[in-house]
Design a protein around this ligand. Structure first.
Ligand SMILES: Nc1ncnc2c1ncn2[C@@H]1O[C@H](COP(=O)(O)OP(=O)(O)OP(=O)(O)O)[C@@H](O)[C@H]1O
Ligand SMILES: [Mg+2]
Length: 409
């Protein structure tokens, strides 16, 4: 059925999509990454090899949607693709990998290659445990059972990825594994994957890990296997420049026959600070507040508090609530020092010894709220978290419980 866009009410057309992993109406500022993927696919078809890619960046920068887009590009061009999100538990990560690999095989369109790949699965499934682990070492009772199961999964995964890549290569294809939140992956699975990437690269087999995670990800990978440094191309997903940010607002509007006027656009670019999540939130709110075409700066101003509330809910509040009271004190001290600071400055601000605070600092890192961009320094993983804390958190008790509602916890 043909829908006449011009006849639809303005609000129902709103193209902006704030929210984790929500595909934006226009993926701006990523042309280099899309070209890189195009090149990798072309080279794979020719049997030539590339390195995997690791993307790192702060929360809300667009890592997940970029992985989804690259995955889509690869699968449309006949590559076998798998996407998983790490959760830190080795056995569930192995299960998910196996499950997703089997789905990837089923999604292959050509029946003959799908058949050959299914045979690889059956072959790996039928390899006996004794053979893989050496019969003398196998004891499947008690605490050893869990360890053995994880080891078996590691062998199976290696055999499977190797077998699938060999078959795919014969057909000018390859296996692309997209891993989101890679920094959270269990050490066991991370080591297995890096090792497999390394070994298959040496054998010229087309298996690529395309990972994404927080800014500490490159360091975590290198710690797992020192050669990880040479194995991947590392790319930072940072703020968008003003032109890209402006496109992020204007292009989706133009596609629908609307536009933002110059003043509105300048203000929006300013408010977004180049953060993709902010583009979606401010774009959506301005669109909803507008009843004109072009959309004016008035609508932007009217939408601003709505966008702010959307960002508070989507990015900050739940993270703040995750921290313990002492953790919140720590975060508040960091916020008063700006976007980034040193642990020593925080301790001084809190009138405490830095060593007394090291465990709370570690727990905030484990919660994914802060990270260490370089030795001794700490920063928030979410852009604008410092500003949110300074703006919205009462300093006396550092509590925040829901939108515009303050109470002592
Ligand atoms: N290149 C882009 N252009 C415009 N909007 C984007 C772009 N990338 C992401 N967005 C928007 O930003 C928001 C956050 O994207 P996404 O969830 O991919 O970020 P992320 O880096 O994975 O965040 P997190 O670390 O919290 O998982 C989404 O609303 C998405 O639509
Ligand atoms: Mg994400």
């Amino acid at each position: 059925m043909d829908t006449d866009i011009a006849k639809l009410p303005l609000h129902s057309l709103n193209p902006f999509m704030p929210g984790a992993g929500k595909q934006p109406p226009e993926l701006v500022g990523r042309s280099h990454d899309l070209e890189l993927m195009d090149r990798m696919i072309d080279r794979t078809k020719l049997g030539l090899l590339d390195r995997g890619i690791i993307y790192s960046g702060l929360r809300g920068m667009g890592k997940t949607v970029l992985l989804l887009k690259l995955n889509d590009m690869a699968s449309r061009q006949g590559m076998a693709t798998v996407q998983i999100e790490a959760d830190g538990d080795a056995s569930s990560e192995y299960d998910e990998l196996m499950h997703e690999l089997s789905l990837a095989v089923m999604r292959i369109r050509k029946p003959d290659i799908r058949q050959r790949l299914s045979e690889v699965f059956s072959r790996v499934e039928s390899v006996s445990l004794d053979f893989m682990l050496g019969s003398a070492t196998v004891d499947l009772r008690g605490a050893d059972a869990g360890k053995q199961a994880v080891r078996t999964s590691s062998y199976k995964l290696e055999l499977l990825v190797e077998g699938l890549s060999e078959e795919l290569k014969k057909d000018g294809s390859g296996l692309f594994l997209f891993v989101d939140e890679f920094q959270d992956m269990s050490a066991e699975v991370m080591m297995t994957l890096i090792t497999v990437q390394h070994k298959l690269g040496q054998r010229n087999l087309p298996f690529y890990i395309i990972g994404a995670g927080l800014p500490n990800l490159p360091g975590v990978l290198t710690k797992a296997r020192s050669y990880a440094e040479r194995l991947f191309e590392y790319r930072q997903i940072g703020r968008l420049d003003d032109t890209a940010a402006a496109d992020g607002f204007q292009k989706p509007a133009r596609d629908l026959g609307y536009s933002f006027d110059d003043k509105a656009l300048t203000r929006l670019v300013d408010l977004s600070k180049g953060y993709p999540y902010f583009i979606q939130a401010y774009g959506k709110a301005a669109w909803d507040a507008s009843d004109s075409n072009p959309i004016t700066v008035n609508a932007v101003e009217q939408g601003e508090p709505v966008a702010r509330a959307e960002l508070d809910q989507g990015l900050y509040v739940s993270r703040w609530q995750r921290a313990t009271p002492l953790g919140r004190e720590y975060l508040a001290a960091m916020a008063s020092l700006g976007e980034t600071c040193t642990s020593a400055q925080v301790a001084e601000h809190m009138h405490r010894n830095a060593s007394d605070l090291s465990s709370i600092r570690l727990s905030l890192i484990e919660l994914g709220l802060i990270y260490s961009p370089e030795r001794g320094r700490i920063a928030f993983t979410v852009p604008g978290m410092d500003e949110f804390i300074r703006r919205d958190i009462p300093t006396e008790n550092q509590s925040y419980d829901g939108r515009a509602q303050r109470q002592i916890v």
